[in-house]
Write a protein of this length. Structure first.
Length: 21
C-alpha cells in the first residue's frame, strides 16, 4: 500500500520538523 508508505514518510518528516527550531 503506497499510501501507507507515503503517510509514514510525511509523518516522519513532520516529526523531525517539530524537533528542529
Amino acid at each position: 500500500e503506497w499510501w501507507g508508505v507515503d503517510f509514514e514518510i510525511k509523518n516522519h518528516a513532520r516529526h523531525i520538523a517539530n524537533l528542529e527550531p
